[in-house]
Design a protein around this ligand. Structure first.
Ligand code: NAG
Ligand code: NAG
Ligand code: NAG
Ligand code: NAG
Ligand code: NAG
Ligand code: NAG
Length: 365
């Protein structure tokens, strides 16, 4: 192995020195320096080391490589030096590895990058500075990173070329609104299979070029607040199956007759998971009189036995319970006479039609 490396190094050096005129020599040296188990094409300047159990970038990748496929290997870490000699890299595939760390600055030399695939790794966060300077990047795939829970607010700063971003099947629990807002030229955003339970108003602010938004299969998403998609001009919004939408008054704005003109949605067919009478109905098919009869909300109402006398021994647990009705389903907090919030050990039992009970154990001091 060592012997092999030593013979290769001079070949690469020669190629540097003669780069000016010697095209033939360049081809020869590229062919020469194809890493042992990889496939190289001198013509397209591409190197493929797919599924080779590599723990790191192999020796001998020509520095003039434009497309590098390192998918399905055992890479774990990307530092600032790993890719620093590949100045012409346009297409980098690091998918299906074990990468848990990408250091800030790791792509600082790869300013020609157009496509970066980090799908199916073990990233936990995308820090500020990892993607800095990649103004030519158009496609970024961060999907299937099961541990990805955080994207820095400034992770995407300056990435004005990005047209397609994929975040699906990560562990994000909120839409990374501030990070996304830097992607002024984003056209497609793929965010299927996320555990996001609510959308804030203006969740996709400044994404005025966005045309295609996938946010289906969010098993915790019950509703889309009226201003959550504000500012978007979409042609496709996919939020089909898997979003357990509660078709109450909060979704009235999404019915075609109420929707703002700037939100052009063609492909929308979300289905209602509640109330019972609208179960399985697609939002598009909801017409009068169903709408005024069932797409309604009611104010929260605390059940008749709200005030109870409870005796408990000092230091012993006491059990409080109440019944609350309302649609959408109200949330309950308990407050002591001294205005202290009791939010430990709340046990909620949910029933259909927005009725639920909550029990807590308080320790009387
Ligand atoms: C990057 O370099 C570090 C330190 O030399 C090494 O541990 C790591 O495996 C390299 N990563 C890749 C993808 O080659
Ligand atoms: C970015 O893309 C433009 C247009 O394709 C190209 O002229 C420029 O050289 C690229 N930048 C780098 C650093 O390769
Ligand atoms: C990510 O999600 C998986 C389930 O898909 C879960 O088992 C895991 O604990 C989550 N990790 C974090 C850090 O939230
Ligand atoms: C929305 O996009 C369409 C093209 O898809 C365009 O014709 C229209 O002017 C845009 N509307 C706004 C408000 O930007
Ligand atoms: C309060 O009322 C509900 C139903 O009206 C009942 O199921 C529950 O047992 C009552 N709780 C107490 C502490 O009386
Ligand atoms: C309250 O205390 C009871 C009895 O000690 C226990 O079974 C129950 O799980 C507790 N509930 C909560 C919410 O801690």
């Amino acid at each position: 192995m060592l012997g092999k490396r030593d013979t290769r190094r001079p070949a690469r050096l020669r190629c540097h020195l003669l780069l000016g005129g010697a095209f033939l020599l360049l081809l020869a040296s590229s062919a020469l320096s194809c890493p042992a188990r990889c496939e190289c094409s001198a013509q397209t300047k591409s190197v493929s080391c797919h599924r080779k159990r590599l723990p790191s970038i192999p020796e001998g990748v020509p520095i003039e490589t434009r497309a590098l496929d390192l998918s399905k290997n055992k890479l774990r870490l990307v530092t600032a030096y790993n890719f620093s000699s590949f100045l012409q890299l346009e297409d980098l595939d690091l998918s299906d590895n074990l990468i848990s760390v990408v250091e800030p600055g790791c792509f600082h030399s790869n300013l020609a990058l157009r496509s970066l695939n980090l799908r199916s790794n073990q990233l936990m966060l995308v820090a500020k500075g990892v993607l800095t300077g990649l103004t030519n990047l158009t496609h970024l795939d961060l999907s299937h990173n099961r541990l990805l829970v955080f994207i820095s607010q400034r992770a995407f700063t300056g990435l004005l070329g990005i047209q397609s971003l994929t975040l699906e099947r990560s562990n994000l629990t909120v839409v990374p609104t501030d990070a996304l807002s830097h992607l002024h030229n984003l056209i497609e955003l793929h965010m299927r299979f996320l555990s996001v339970s609510f959308l804030k108003p203006f969740s996709f602010k400044r994404l005025t070029r966005l045309r295609h938004l996938e946010m289906d299969f969010w098993p915790l998403l019950e509703t889309l607040p009226p201003l959550s998609l504000h500012g978007l001009n979409l042609t496709t919004l996919l939020c089909l199956g898997g979003n357990p939408l509660v078709c109450d008054c909060r979704l009235l704005w999404l019915l075609s007759s109420h929707r703002p003109a700037s939100l052009q949605i063609l492909d929308i067919q979300p289905e209602c998971s509640a109330p019972q009478h609208l179960l399985g109905k697609s939002l598009r098919d909801l017409k009068e009189p169903l709408v005024s009869r069932y797409m309604t909300c009611t104010k929260p109402r605390i059940g008749p036995n709200a005030t109870q006398l409870l005796m408990a021994d000092e230091g012993q647990p006491a059990r409080l319970s109440c019944t609350v009705e309302g649609a959408p389903r109200p949330s309950v907090v308990w407050i002591t006479p001294h205005r202290r919030y009791l939010n430990v050990g709340v046990q909620s039992v949910f029933f259909p039609f927005g009725v639920f009970c909550t029990n807590i154990n308080v320790t009387v001091d």
